[in-house]
Design a binder for this molecule. Structure first.
Ligand code: ATP
Length: 201
């Protein structure tokens, strides 16, 4: 059985970048957000239940979840959010499980789970051999996300405030990857290679 790593970090910390580096080193990367987008994408496995629960108004012309409308609904009605999660989460778990089986069958040496909210939800602890946290200051998170998305600094601050604190995230970490302002992509790669080596990659 390959080791299973959890990979997490706040918005803009560099988690996806680290995940891609690990994948380039041969790890099987399982990205819960990506699977969640797939099951709510055109003809996705969650779409029939979304259609029957919320109605056709939340399904766009391509047969995918209308994210903008759903975000508005979830914002005004917290119950809608939990209803959506009750549909999507079990499917994400199922599809993740299928990918884990495929990774094991294909002989992957390491399985890496990209879990943005790992520190926020305790349920992962038992399934993972170790947790890797990508860490940087809030200022750098704000800068990276603003560059990438055009969100305002205040909007990014709001998202950061809604996530686990840096301290809480570091508390669940077995390994912390520092991805600070001065860290170039080459340095990040070198740091990730060292961490990967710890786990036999
Ligand atoms: P999110 O939670 O929002 O998905 P994330 O933690 O996955 O964010 P990334 O998408 O990996 O973060 O990184 C955010 C942005 O910052 C990306 O555009 C990425 O290319 C850039 N970035 C991350 N680390 C570095 C670095 N060390 N040097 C230069 N750019 C970086």
């Amino acid at each position: 059985q390959p080791l299973r790593l959890g990979l997490t970090g706040g918005i803009g910390s560099g988690k996806s970048t680290v995940g891609q580096i690990l994948a380039s080193l041969g790890a099987a990367l399982i990205d819960a957000d990506q699977i969640s987008r797939e099951v709510t994408g055109p003809g996705g496995a969650a779409m029939p239940a979304i259609q029957s629960t919320f109605g056709g108004a939340y399904v766009d012309a391509s047969g995918a979840l209308d994210r903008t409308r759903m975000r508005q609904l979830a914002f005004s009605q917290p119950k809608a959010r939990s209803q959506l999660e009750a549909i999507v989460h079990p499917l994400v778990a199922l599809h993740s499980q299928q990918r884990i089986q495929q990774a094991i069958q294909s002989g992957a040496p390491l399985i890496v789970h990209d879990i943005p909210l790992l520190a926020e939800s305790g349920r992962w602890a038992r399934q993972l051999d170790a947790v890797v946290v990508v860490d940087c200051t809030a200022d750098i998170q704000i800068e990276r996300v603003m560059q990438r998305s055009g969100l305002s600094a205040d909007a990014v601050r709001g998202i950061i405030a809604s996530q686990a604190t840096r301290t809480a995230r570091r508390a669940v970490a077995d390994v912390v990857i520092a991805n600070e302002a001065h860290c170039t992509l080459e340095q990040l790669q070198a740091e990730v290679r060292q961490v990967a080596a710890l786990f036999g990659l």
